[in-house]
Design a protein around this ligand. Structure first.
Ligand code: ADP
Length: 614
């Protein structure tokens, strides 16, 4: 390769699609290209600072870490230069000519599926560099890697089909981007316009930015400053720049601590949940710093996985600079650090929920799955996270929600159990016969209506020492209550139960007079430890051969006219009594969502109707 024979390359197919998309569909927020390029320059210098801490042979070690931006109206160009790590030949090819990020593929897929993507969101997907082609019809990247004997190179492209790389001379370490602006983008070659953009988008870059030789930004590690000196606007600007976010921060937590670790942390909860918008699983986005030096922008294992929606910065002077991604995963120090932060974050949510329940409700609607995931997977924080859950119950108005703490405060004297029922919706749950007994005794029942709830309560098990019990299960002990109405005598009841047990045989585990029933004649209860109807359906969906005989505990209501009539029919009309017995059990199974095959039910119904009509 020599200066006279440029080495030609074609873009990978995905890059061509991406460029097409960036140039033709995301034109609304063109100006964000500058933020993306400044952010790349800043990243390259963060990386250099980190390398300097561990490597000796860095090229031009005394070069100031600054971003130099210059405008040239006559030539219609904008130049952005940094003294960061630069790129070698292979890095130019790999970083600027192929898609390395899974995020980029996700981005393309998402756009192809027709999702609307705000232009200022493209930085999320590692396609920031290509935004240069929104405003330029030719881009040169002059680059000199930090490695001692790297060549000096120029990468040039019109952003259409390919690019070429030539050798050059006279470069300092780092990268210099020269944007040859399109005719309708001349404004980006003027100093006031560019100055305004830097002030808007890049004020919190951690390095000096000089525009045509004059300093523009304030350099400060916001997280090290005192809370009282920072305005909401500054926080927001920091969130959007440093955390590469495109929405507004909903909540923030800014704190410092000296013990057990030296920590300065500034973390945000976003207002939008990209996972819900179809962008796949988020990467950890709370960056780890040590005394302002970036150690890892996306540290796995610092915070629990469920906190991946949080964004921000954690700076700890106690973390060794040269900690590697691998050792980080099993470092006790990192675990301790993550432990302190996750506890603070949870406490922050708790306080915010108390201070403004409506706002918290809005947050919960979008982010509840993360909190639930936390309850199921983050043992250390399980109890604390449980306080953040919200749900409807038999004592909330439809649409209103409460938490476990509210439930506990309403528990009746002597009640030591938290009752709940899973179902598809409030209506569904309220029409089930299980609730009767609890409503009539004034016992509150939580309604869990999200598909994952069952799994979540099962992992939780209890709340502040009070067991969580599904009222669908048979081992719920309820105290006796004087029900109204004439009942069968004890003797008659026992005789009927025996008859039913004999008649229903293997279909039931036991038959007994229940304390739970008020208006319904019968009820099917699942023995403790058996699978719930929802779980059963899931198993069936996963495994078509899944077979698990449902055997229920069958309860009868000795006060119900139908049951009394059945008791009488046992002697007077045994054939009819048999039919009715099976039909009653089927009805109970249908109510419980447990009837698997309705063919017998229908046959029997027809027979019963015939008898009734004849
Ligand atoms: P992202 O910055 O999200 O990774 P980009 O498309 O903006 O995605 O950049 C692709 C890659 O090119 C970066 O990951 C980085 O490795 C490299 N790169 C971009 N700009 C620079 C720069 N100024 N100095 C060094 N490397 C850079």
């Amino acid at each position: 390769m020599s200066e006279t024979t440029p080495e030609k390359h074609v873009f990978q197919a995905e890059i061509q699609q991406l460029l097409d998309l960036v140039v033709h569909s995301l034109y609304t927020d063109k100006e964000i290209f500058l933020r993306e390029l400044v952010s790349n320059a800043s990243d390259a210098m963060e990386k250099l600072r980190h390398i300097e801490a561990t490597e000796k042979n860095v090229h031009q070690p005394d070069l100031a870490l600054e971003i130099h931006i210059s405008t040239d109206e006559a030539a219609n160009t904008l130049t952005i230069a940094d003294s960061g790590i630069g790129m070698s030949h292979d890095e130019l090819v790999k970083n600027l000519g192929t898609i390395a990020h899974s995020g980029t593929k996700a981005f393309l897929k998402s756009v192809k599926e027709g999702n609307a993507v705000p232009g200022n969101m493209i930085g999320q997907f590692g396609v920031g560099f290509y935004s240069a082609f929104m405003v330029a019809d030719k881009v040169e990247v002059h680059s000199r890697s930090w490695h001692a004997d790297s060549p000096e190179l120029v990468w040039t492209s019109d952003g259409k089909s390919g690019y070429e790389i030539t050798e050059t001379t006279g470069l300092d370490r780092g990268s210099k981007l020269v944007l040859h602006l399109k005719d309708d983008c001349k404004e980006y070659a003027t100093e006031p316009r560019v100055k305004h953009l830097i002030e808007t988008y890049s004020n919190f870059v951690g390095f000096p930015i000089l525009l045509n030789g004059k300093r523009v930004n304030e350099v400060e590690a916001l997280w090290l400053k005192n809370k009282s000196e920072i305005s909401d606007e500054q926080y927001k600007a920091f969130y959007q720049f440093a955390c590469k976010a495109w929405d507004d921060p909903l909540y923030r937590l800014h704190f410092s601590a000296d013990a057990p670790l030296a920590i300065n942390a500034l973390v945000f909860a976003p207002s939008e949940n990209p996972e819900r918008m179809g962008f796949g699983k988020a990467e950890p986005a709370v960056a780890l710093y040590c005394r302002k030096v970036l150690i890892d922008p996306s540290p796995e294992g610092l915070l629990p996985d469920w906190m991946r929606f949080m964004k921000g910065v954690v700076d700890s002077a106690d973390i060794p600079l040269n900690i590697s991604r691998e050792t980080m995963q099993d470092s006790a120090l990192i675990r301790k650090l993550g432990g302190v932060i996750s506890k603070r974050v949870i406490r922050m949510f708790e306080k915010e929920a108390e201070a403004d329940p409506e706002k918290y409700r809005g947050f919960y609607r979008k982010f509840d799955r993360f909190l639930k995931e936390g309850v199921a997977t983050d043992h250390g924080n399980r109890e604390a996270l449980a306080k953040l859950l919200r749900f409807e119950s038999s004592m909330t108005d439809p649409g209103a929600v409460c938490g476990f703490a509210d439930y506990v405060s309403r528990m009746k004297d002597g009640q030591d159990t938290i009752y709940y029922l899973n179902g598809a919706s409030r209506d569904h749950i309220e029409s089930s016969p299980y609730l009767e007994a609890f409503n009539s005794r004034g016992l509150e029942v939580i309604y869990f209506t999200d598909a994952v709830d069952e799994y979540v309560v099962e992992s939780l098990g209890s709340f502040e020492g009070r067991k969580l019990v599904s009222i669908r299960n048979a081992d719920v002990e309820l105290e006796d209550r004087e029900n109204e109405g004439e009942a069968l005598s004890e003797e008659q009841t026992k005789a009927l139960c025996d008859f039913l047990k004999q008649e229903l045989g293997d279909r039931v585990v036991t038959v007994a007079a229940g304390k739970r029933l008020v208006d319904s004649p019968v009820l099917a209860l699942l023995p403790a430890d058996s699978m719930s109807p929802q779980m059963r359906q899931m198993m069936k969906a996963i495994d078509e051969n899944f077979k698990d005989e449902v055997k229920v505990e069958f309860e009868i209501n000795p006060r119900h006219p139908l049951v009394k009539q059945l008791a009488a029919a046992r002697d007077a009309n045994p054939d009819l009594a048999k039919l009715v017995s099976h039909q009653l059990l089927d009805n109970a199974l249908i109510s419980a969502g447990l009837l698997e095959d309705a063919r017998d039910t229908i046959r029997r119904m027809n027979e019963l109707m015939q008898k009734a009509l004849s």
